[in-house]
Design a protein around this ligand. Structure first.
Ligand SMILES: NC(=O)c1ccc[n+]([C@@H]2O[C@H](COP(=O)([O-])OP(=O)(O)OC[C@H]3O[C@@H](n4cnc5c(N)ncnc54)[C@H](OP(=O)(O)O)[C@@H]3O)[C@@H](O)[C@H]2O)c1
Length: 278
């Protein structure tokens, strides 16, 4: 049987494909635009759009495990499609937002919870990966670091525990290739609390030139982000920053418990993606 990675073009999905191949698994991958994927020949690539669930059908033949993103218009329809196939285990890229008080009423928490619940009630076995904020969110600063050696922020003292996408992918691969994470819901974070200001300083330190933090108002930040981020996400991002000022978010040890290794640092993430900032 094969493992299907839905969203193989994604940062996490692409690393899941690579990790499964390393373990000698038979891998199938989908994308809405498979022509844009460059994967080893032994990966069978098909087109599928999660928002058009019947398109998943051909990709599911001979598949017993699936890696899935949670960006679904109709999770129940997608899960019904999975449950009606030979699939027995789903590894979902969910979010730590589902664990926060009031998650049901929160836009972000609720959308992930809906997918998790659809899978739970389907009878499929599952692993819900619940990462906190990604280190890759810093990629949004790429152009201003490159062009101006500066990052404008309304809340530079917001505290995060940024996680490297490779850590998430590694846990996904473990979940897809054994029983250690059957019906587990690990919350995953990076190894250290860092303010946004410290993240900007880390980028400067890795690229070898200082990067300034320019304080801006919330309204200025909203206007700037709105140029390239959908409105609903702009509100979420700025609210998350505002609420994270002066906090001590949890640092999860789950990655280390599961893999036996320390989580990758934010500095490692910047080094791995240094071309974004140079
Ligand atoms: N950023 C954060 O701090 C954070 C925190 C917690 C959770 N998350 C979640 O993590 C995910 C982002 O992970 P990432 O960085 O690996 O994402 P990414 O690089 O942006 O890739 C997203 C992937 O999702 C696939 N996808 C999206 N809509 C799809 C659809 N309708 N049908 C099929 N595939 C679809 C895309 O596939 P194609 O375009 O190739 O079809 C793409 O491969 C999001 O679900 C996000 O909500 C993010």
């Amino acid at each position: 049987m094969s493992v299907l990675v839905v969203g193989a073009s994604g940062a996490v999905g692409g690393l899941v494909v690579a990790g499964l191949l390393e373990r000698g698994e038979r891998v199938r991958a989908t994308s809405r635009r498979p022509e844009n994927l460059t994967l080893p020949e032994r990966v069978q690539v098909l087109a599928a759009d999660l928002n058009d669930p019947p398109t998943l059908g051909p990709a599911l033949a001979g598949v017993d495990r699936v890696f899935l993103y949670a960006d679904l218009d109709d999770p129940e329809a997608v899960v019904a499609q999975l449950a009606g196939s030979e699939v027995r285990h789903v590894v979902l890229l969910s979010s730590s937002a589902v664990t926060f008080p009031g998650a049901e009423e929160d836009f972000n928490g609720a959308r992930f919870l809906r997918v998790e619940r659809a899978i739970e009630s389907s009878g499929l076995s599952y692993t819900f990966l619940r990462p906190g904020g990604f280190a890759s969110n810093a990629a949004r600063w790429s152009w201003s670091v490159k062009g101006e050696s500066a990052v404008s922020l309304p809340y530079p003292d917001a505290v995060q525990v940024p996680i490297h996408e490779a850590d998430i992918a590694e846990v996904a691969v473990i979940a897809l290739t054994g029983n250690a994470l059957l019906n587990a819901t690990p919350v995953l974070t990076g190894p250290e609390r860092l303010t946004l200001r410290q993240q900007v300083e880390t980028i400067g330190s890795v690229i070898g030139r200082p990067v300034a933090v320019v304080e801006q108002t919330e309204a200025e930040s909203v206007a700037m982000l709105s140029q390239y981020v959908p409105e609903v996400w702009v509100t979420q991002i700025v609210t998350d920053w505002r609420e994270a000022v002066g906090t001590r978010p949890d640092v999860s040890r789950e990655y280390t418990r599961i893999t036996g290794r320390p989580s990758r640092t934010f500095r490692t993430w910047v080094s791995d993606h240094v071309e974004l900032f140079r």
